[in-house]
Design a protein. Structure first.
Length: 142
C-alpha cells in the first residue's frame, strides 16, 4: 500500500499545483495589463495619481474595462483620447481580450462617460481611422 501511495503522490501534487496556477495566471495577466495602462497614462502626461480603473467580467470571456481620469475644464477630448490610447496599447501589448472600454473624464462635479468597442479601438491603433473620426464615433453616455 505504501508503494501505491508513493506512485500517486507525484501526479496528485502536479494536479494540485496546476489548479493553483490557473487563477494566479489570470491575476498576473491583469496586473501586467494595469501596469501597462498606468505606464501609458504617464507617457501621455495625464494625471496618473488620480486614476481609477476596474476590469469586470473575468472568467466570462466578456471583459469590460473602466477608466476614470481627472480633467481640466477645456481638455476633455485630449483626456479621452489619451485614455483610449493608453488602454488600447495595453490591450495590444498584453493580449487581454477586452470587449468594451469605458473612459470617464471627471471635471469637478461633471463627468463625461464614454464607451467604445475594442474593435473600434484596434482600428485607431492600426491607423485605419483618424483620431478625429474616432472622437466622433465615441458613444457618449453622460
Amino acid at each position: 500500500m505504501t508503494d501505491l501511495s508513493n506512485k500517486l503522490r507525484l501526479p496528485v501534487l502536479w494536479v494540485a499545483m496546476a489548479l493553483c496556477l490557473v487563477p494566479a495566471t489570470e491575476v498576473r495577466g491583469n496586473i501586467r495589463f494595469f501596469t501597462k495602462v498606468m505606464q501609458n497614462i504617464q507617457h501621455y502626461r495625464l494625471a496618473g495619481d488620480m486614476v481609477q480603473f476596474n476590469l469586470e467580467g473575468q472568467g466570462t470571456g466578456n471583459l469590460t474595462f473602466y477608466l476614470t481620469l481627472p480633467s481640466r475644464r477645456n481638455n476633455i477630448d485630449e483626456v479621452l483620447m489619451g485614455g483610449y490610447l493608453s488602454v488600447g496599447y495595453a490591450i495590444d501589448r498584453t493580449g487581454l481580450k477586452v470587449k468594451t472600454v469605458y473612459v470617464t473624464a471627471a471635471t469637478g462635479e461633471r463627468h463625461v462617460v464614454t464607451k467604445v468597442d475594442a474593435a473600434l479601438l484596434a482600428k485607431l491603433l492600426t491607423k485605419q481611422i483618424s483620431p478625429n473620426k474616432f472622437l466622433g464615433l465615441i458613444e457618449r453616455i453622460e
